[in-house]
Design a protein around this ligand. Structure first.
Ligand code: GRF
Length: 191
């Protein structure tokens, strides 16, 4: 089976992107995919610097001040020569319109820091913390035309007992995300 070509989309820190890169280099994604591009809608995103240090191709197109469609047309054009099989969203903070989603139908994957059936949108860890949940579920899902409504690929439960600050909730959640996202990607990319 030939390796799938993925583009990872980020907007900021890029810790999930980094975790995936490590698994592609020398872990469970090694034989499964290659990272054709790390893309950001924020040229200053910290994660782009990390990706460069790994020697990965990076690109940024600012989304600020553009309509969704105008921005996405530029991104689609940028992606074309890279022959991307899957778009992997990792902290990409821009909602994609049907224009983009249809171009990569069933080939866009996202990680959400909550159970998408219970909580959608930004602030999944704040929601879990404020509601004093004993546990939360990280969700990896396909992206459809709604916000965090696409078919669920896999979920990972995170124990939050005794996590009495938001920082601790985030710390436990992110540690789980970093391990879990690559596992879920492997599942999709090898099916
Ligand atoms: C993660 O919590 C992810 O689930 C959410 O945004 C955050 C991104 O963090 N979609 P990072 O940029 O991967 O560090």
């Amino acid at each position: 089976m030939s390796k799938k070509r993925i583009a990872i989309f980020i907007s900021g820190r890029g810790s999930n992107m980094e975790a995936i890169v490590r698994q592609v280099q020398d872990g469970i994604l090694k034989d499964v995919c290659e990272i054709a591009l790390v893309f950001s809608n924020k040229p200053q995103a910290k994660g782009l610097e990390i990706a460069k240090k790994f020697g990965l191709p990076v690109a940024a197109i600012p989304s600020k001040g553009k309509s969704r469609e105008a921005f996405e047309r530029e991104v689609l054009e940028l992606l074309q020569p890279y022959r991307i099989d899957y778009v992997v969203l990792a902290g990409f903070m821009r909602i994609l319109s049907p224009l983009f989603i249809r171009a990569y139908k069933n080939r866009i994957i996202n990680i959400h820091p909550a159970d998408t059936r219970l909580f959608q949108g930004v602030g999944g860890y704040e929601w879990a913390f404020e509601n004093k949940l004993p546990s939360t579920k990280i969700t990896v899902h396909f992206v459809d035309e709604g916000v965090d409504t696409g078919p669920i690929i896999a979920q990972r439960e995170v124990d939050l007992c005794g996590a009495d600050t938001l920082e601790e909730v985030e710390r436990r959640g992110l540690a789980a995300e970093h391990e879990f996202y690559s596992q879920a990607l492997r599942k999709v990319l090898t099916e």
